[in-house]
Design a protein around this ligand. Sequence first.
Ligand code: SAH
Length: 502
Amino acid sequence: MKLYPLFADLSQRAVLVVGGGAVAERKIEALLAAQAVVTVNAVELTGRLQRWVAQGRIAQRREAFRDDWLDPVWLVVAATSDRAVNRQVAAAAGRRRVFVNVVDDAALSSFHVPAVIDRAPLTIAISSGGDAPMLARLLRERLESLLDHSLGALAALAAKLRKRIRVRFADMAARRAFYESLFAGPVATLLRQGRPDEALAAAEYALAAAEYALAAAPAGSAGSVALVGAGPGDPGLLTLRALRALNEADVILHDRLVSAEVLDLARRDAERIEVGKQAGNHHTTQDGIHALMLEHARAGRRVVRLKGGDPFVFGRGGEELEFLRAHKIPYEVVPGITAAVACAAYAGIALTHRDHAQSVRFVTAHCQASRDTLDWTALAQERQTLAVYMGVAGLAELQQRLIEHGRAAATPFALIENGSRAEQRVVTGTLANLAERAAVHAVRSPALLILGEVAALATSLAWFGSPPLGASVHAIRVPASRQADLADAPARAGLLAAIHRA
Ligand code: SAH
């Protein structure tokens, strides 16, 4: 069936809804949002519908449906579970030439209600002509995640300037080019950043520049940098905003830690540059990264600086912003789920479970210098969770210093390697055997240490990936890819036997 798409102005117009259940309630809610004058025809109403009747927001007819009720209405919706009633309403509507929608019955309907993405005044409606409503819904979900909520504000801003833009750009192609620069450039960015006044000023400036033929840069030409947190690896943990930034990027400067699955979500033709400090290329220094950001932004590109976890948690995001500010490059920051938060969640460790901890500290102990300047006395306090971002190399020293400063040797820990990824491993134990257990299980980077009373929860609340490698398990369990690391075949056989027993 080929339908004619239509957006109806129902403001102050009468609409009848037959039926008073949950479906009717949903339809009525949407109709009220469009300022329709709604009458509901049903004896029994949902709690909300009853409230709306009591508040005078909708009228109610309790008698059985009558054809002549359709005379004053513009539309009618049949949302009862009684097919005979639905049929009667549809037939009456047909005779009176009133558009009717029968819920879940395309054949009886003369209009369909689309799946909607609401960015008022912008509305996107999707219909499958009744053939595949689930497909329409799926599409709706996708678009919902792609389209920023500031799009509505952008449409409203365009409405404000529309007349002037039309006068200034009589030529259709030029007008379109101007709109494109408006929608893709700094004006849209400012709206996303919650700065509507500046957005309007920027749009007006761009228009004035065009009106007076000023030699101003077109509104879309300025490059920018988005500092984006990619989360710990599982692409499901990206924010919608991060996904949108990846979709818009011309260039992506990413760390080594960013997972391939996340990079796969970026625009196909975006240039991807790995700037991981261990990547072995010549952009390995922080200065090199700064220079790259500057070069691409100045060339008018939308740069995404993509970092593992959150850009501001041990990610040098602060320095990058200072650099961008100093060079007057517009920027925005999209937070990400930091490793401590993700690893804790994926290991079942409630970081501040009220029975066990009153605070959590994010600590880094990457190098000797950082370890020497830590306040070990504070770190060794009880009822506190430490989330330690570090290379595995420093564990022995960490263990020793914490015990020296009074942390109980029996304090539980969980080491989470590749948190949230398919290869995730969790090794548990106590502070007394931290370094030893990390060595036994050959824990490698990226790994995060959670130390404190709450770490014991990793054993009882685990839910993701393979179960934690606790001290009580004698076998060394390693992924297939690392089984070659094991010295001899008997050990491997014992390991497999242990896995089968588990
Ligand atoms: N900005 C990042 C941290 C960068 S420092 C964030 O917010 O997460 C790098 C350290 O983060 C690694 O050495 C490791 O300790 C930790 N890390 C990052 N991703 C991890 C992951 N998926 N699993 C375990 N640890 C991770």
